[in-house]
Design a protein around this ligand. Structure first.
Ligand code: GLC
Length: 570
């Protein structure tokens, strides 16, 4: 191991040196550069990305993108560089085919993604959820906000930001609609779950219709949509270096409206966000109400992105201050109470109950008897994760993929926790990845529990759909988390698994079974986010600088509170 640093100039040459790399890493880095001379535009251009919580008091990092000693990518402490998507080489082709990209599935996936484009008055504004004519459409003929995220990332990586911009502006217009369910009016900031373009062949006009939860099964508003919208706005800004979109008064207002909804004061005793079951990717009753990890992690990431994007003008300043306070409290709460590793599990196992006052150790009055049997075997010696939910006398010990990956990407997880999460994924590979990446939630709930928690949902039977099913879309999140923690080999392994079946099976929405061996009972085929998730994973692994679009470095002001197990120490 030697002390070197590699900094790359615009034309791909090496400029300066000052981080820890192994000789092999330096070789790899140099050969990657000379092989393809991929231009990395790391010129310092001060963009809105430069502001972070700690920057308010700390200086800027001089090196926007380099590798840590532990092999993880530290792309930017205060990311001010503009990422460099390749330029379009032609409307129907991915850019610059090279050895990595020549898997036949890659070109097929691009074709399929382009096929899923939805146009409104001549402009592409999103991608349809699924292009499966063999199944009833339901709402799969709509553009879902959450589903569009991997599509948007693929387009950004390919140097095609226009569709992302159109999507951001279109959904912003939808946000300003009056939203009502029966007689009740929803908050102004609510973003739609999905929208659709209606063609009137007689008048030859096109109009948009949107669903804010009033048509959705279960009538739940999508809490995640607003968070994804902010995260995408930051990804767009980061990728293009164009801060003018985020700076538009309409975008600033849209952000403030979303933030007003989730920063408002109420009866809460916790900084986490209270929400109804099914308000995110898992959009049916699955016991993900209260304080589910997916929403908390997205909330945290969206707050951090908003902090980078908000103008410090008269209206923005107040929000910046509220965000800073909330982030501080939220990271403390999550890192302390949602974190589970062997040591913490053992502590809970030995908890005393019925404690009162400030000195209580078991603050939420968790009954050790409520610990499920599976968790004792599931917990590896080295490793840990953010559990599914924490509330009064309630810990949901299930492992949820999206929340844990977003925790890594947003740096809600400390570097030690990020390593522990990856350690757990690697030690429980069979359970979480199996034959097809990746379980949305592990393990499945069964029999009586399934009846009570899902309300006997026939779609969410054990090891199917959200209840222990495997979702290929999650591949992009796993890949990003792997790259951030310096484990590209795990991402490669998962991608190779997906490549054995995804295209042959016509890009299913999800797989069923303990190992994810069966195409999901009611899975749509040609599901766009399965296609886009694969593309993003491939492109990110091939060019890890794309990671900067969806990842944030740790903010030094949010220090870890607890140090619990060996896996926490490097
Ligand atoms: C299903 C999924 C949801 C997704 C939608 C469109 O309802 O549960 O997460 O957004 O399909 O693909």
């Amino acid at each position: 191991m030697s002390m070197v640093s590699v900094d790359v100039t615009q034309n791909g040459s090496v400029r300066s040196i000052d981080t820890l790399c192994t000789a092999a890493e330096i070789d790899e880095c140099l050969s990657r550069l000379s092989d393809r001379q991929r231009p990395l535009n790391l010129e310092r251009q001060r963009s809105c990305d430069e502001r972070s919580l700690s920057e308010l008091s700390m200086g800027l990092s001089p090196h926007p993108f380099f590798r840590n000693a532990d092999n993880s990518f530290r792309f930017m402490d205060h990311p001010d560089g503009v990422l460099t998507p390749g330029r379009r080489s032609g409307f129907n082709t991915p850019r610059s085919p090279n050895e990595f990209e020549t898997h036949p599935m890659f070109a097929e996936a691009w074709e399929s993604l382009r096929h899923s484009l939805v146009f409104f008055r001549g402009q592409p504004v999103g991608t349809i959820a699924a292009l499966d004519s063999s199944e009833e459409n339901l709402n799969y003929d709509q553009v879902f906000v959450r589903d569009f995220v991997p599509s948007a990332l693929a387009f950004l990586m390919n140097g095609e930001p226009e569709i992302v911009k159109n999507f951001i502006l279109k959904t912003l217009r939808l946000q300003s609609w009056e939203k009502k369910i029966d007689q009740f009016q929803l908050g102004e900031g609510v973003m739609p779950a999905s929208f659709k373009v209606l063609h009137d062949p007689v008048r030859n006009t096109e109009t948009l219709i949107a669903d804010f939860g009033e048509s959705a099964i279960g009538r739940v508003a999508p809490v995640d949509s607003g968070f994804w919208w902010i995260i995408l706005l930051r990804a767009y800004t980061k990728s293009t270096g164009d801060s003018s979109l985020a700076e538009m008064p309409e975008c600033q207002k849209g952000m403030r409206l979303i933030l007003s909804l989730c920063l408002s004061e109420g009866f809460d005793t916790f900084p986490t966000l209270l929400c109804a079951d099914g308000c995110c990717m898992i959009d049916r009753r699955m016991g993900v109400y209260g304080y589910p990890i997916e929403i908390q992690a997205l909330f945290f990431m969206a707050l951090r992105c908003a902090l980078l994007l908000l103008k410090q003008d008269a209206e923005g300043k107040e929000f910046v201050e509220r965000i800073a306070k909330r982030l501080h409290a939220l990271s403390y709460h999550m890192r302390s109470y949602f974190w589970l590793d062997l040591k913490q599990l053992n502590d809970i196992y030995r908890y005393k109950t019925e404690e009162y006052s400030h000195t209580a150790v078991n603050k939420f009055n968790i009954m050790p008897d409520s610990l499920p049997e599976w968790v004792f075997d599931f917990m590896p010696t080295h490793g840990g994760y953010f559990i599914g939910n924490v509330g009064p006398s309630n810990m949901d010990f299930r492992w949820f993929c999206l929340g844990n990956c977003i925790a890594i990407l947003s740096s809600l997880a400390t570097p030690e926790q990020s390593i522990a999460i990856m350690d757990l994924i690697e030690s429980r590979w069979q359970e979480l990845v199996g034959e097809m990446p990746l379980k949305a939630c592990y393990p499945a709930i069964e029999s009586h529990e399934w009846r009570i928690i899902t309300g006997c949902d026939p779609k969410n039977t054990s090891w199917s759909y959200h209840n222990g099913g495997s979702w290929p879309v999650l591949l992009w999140l796993l890949t990003a988390a792997c790259i951030k923690t310096g484990r590209p080999q795990s991402a490669r392994r998962a991608i190779e698994l997906a490549e054995t079946r995804l295209s042959k099976d016509n890009w299913p929405e999800y797989y069923d079974g303990k190992l994810g061996r069966y195409i999901g009972k009611q899975a749509r085929k040609h599901q766009t986010w399965s296609v886009a998730g694969y593309l993003v994973a491939k492109m990110m692994l091939e060019d890890p600088s794309h990671l900067g679009m969806v990842a944030l470095e740790e903010d030094k002001q949010m220090k870890p509170i607890l140090k619990r197990s060996a896996s926490w120490t490097l």
